[in-house]
Design a protein around this ligand. Structure first.
Ligand code: NAD
Length: 300
């Protein structure tokens, strides 16, 4: 079997177009412009790139984008003060604090100081609890993007066996909750799982979120399974020239694509969906803040 490629780039463009349509409706019919504030502390180069592209795409879908760039030695009190102001700003519907934060800042404290209604990353403990109990919440962007692609590909996920490899708070655990919410039988595998190969072989859906380049070989994949590769790993690529690199996922793409029914590539799979879902969450948050119907298909 040769897998169908799930094109995250194209799917993300569709999600952004849908978001843009809702932004136009909110502006024209309700006089409201959704606003997203991104807070960056320090000068981590990768974070700077993410923040730049988040800002650009926010503006492209017609929303208001606000960036707060703080010095690396910003105190916790200063950061909490900024978040409190954003929590109270009626023009801001989503707040994202770019992680990781410099070591002297308590990440949990900072995240939990964001108003849960504006927590478009879905990391606030209230949103984690709401998701875990199947209630309306803000859903973390990367797992939400994976869920959207799975629903689009399969329609109903009910009764499917799903294995999530990785138990992080930002990907693995919320991904498992979402799959459970869609009535999958879910197994969460992690670094201490015994016989991972055997666990993965049972899965109709495999979500790999580990951060280990190409660790899942094709012979772990059940014939026809759907493989969602969340991993983003940068490897040296001397064949492309000196100092060049290439991105690979957590699954060995060629061997997995030879057995899977469908697979997301890296790059161009889950990656583009993350920002698209951030924008989707901001529109959802804006609708909720204004007592308006939420757009369909943009949240879990
Ligand atoms: P993490 O380091 O927080 O968690 C990794 C998880 O993998 C852990 O729960 C650990 O138990 C598990 N693990 C480690 N070694 C294992 C092994 N040998 N077998 C089975 N499980 C093992 O990572 P994360 O933040 O969840 O990210 C995972 C990957 O996803 C990374 O490559 C990251 O870059 C990528 N990521 C991509 C996006 C995106 O937008 N596409 C977003 C977030 C993370």
């Amino acid at each position: 079997m040769t897998a169908m490629i799930i094109d995250g780039k194209e799917f993300a463009a569709r999600v952004r177009a849908k978001v843009a349509g809702h932004v136009t409706r909110l502006k024209d019919q309700h006089g409201v412009t959704p606003g997203l504030a991104v807070v960056l502390v320090g000068e981590d180069p990768a974070s700077q790139v993410y923040v730049r592209s988040k800002g650009k795409m926010t503006v492209e879908v017609g929303m208001k984008s606000v960036e707060h760039k703080l010095e690396a030695d910003t105190s916790e009190a200063e950061l909490l003060d900024l978040i409190a102001r954003l929590n109270n700003d009626p023009e801001i519907h989503g707040i994202l604090v770019q992680l990781p934060l410099p070591k002297h800042l308590d990440e949990d404290l900072v995240i939990n100081s964001i108003s849960p209604a504006k927590d478009v990353d879905g990391f606030h403990i209230s949103n984690v609890g709401l998701l875990g109990t199947g209630q309306k919440s803000m859903v973390p962007c990367t797992p939400l993007g994976c869920l959207m692609m799975l629903r689009d590909h399969h329609g109903s996920l009910s009764g499917m066996d799903a294995v999530v490899i990785g138990r992080s708070n930002i990907v693995g655990k919320p991904m498992a909750q979402l799959l459970l919410g869609d009535s999958c039988t879910v197994t969460i595998a992690h670094s201490r799982t015994k016989d991972l190969a055997d666990v993965v072989r049972r899965a109709d859906i495999v979500v790999a979120a580990v951060g280990r380049p190409e660790m899942v070989p094709g012979d772990w994949i059940k014939e026809g399974a759907t493989v969602i590769d969340v991993g983003i790993n940068r490897l040296d690529a001397p064949e492309k020239g000196e100092g060049k690199t290439r991105l690979v996922g957590d699954v060995d793409y060629d061997s997995c694509a030879a057995r899977a029914g469908a697979i997301t590539p890296v790059p161009g799979g889950v990656g583009p969906m993350t920002i698209a879902c951030l924008l989707a969450n901001t529109v959802t948050a804006c609708c909720r803040a204004n007592g308006l119907d939420e757009p369909e298909g943009l949240t879990a």
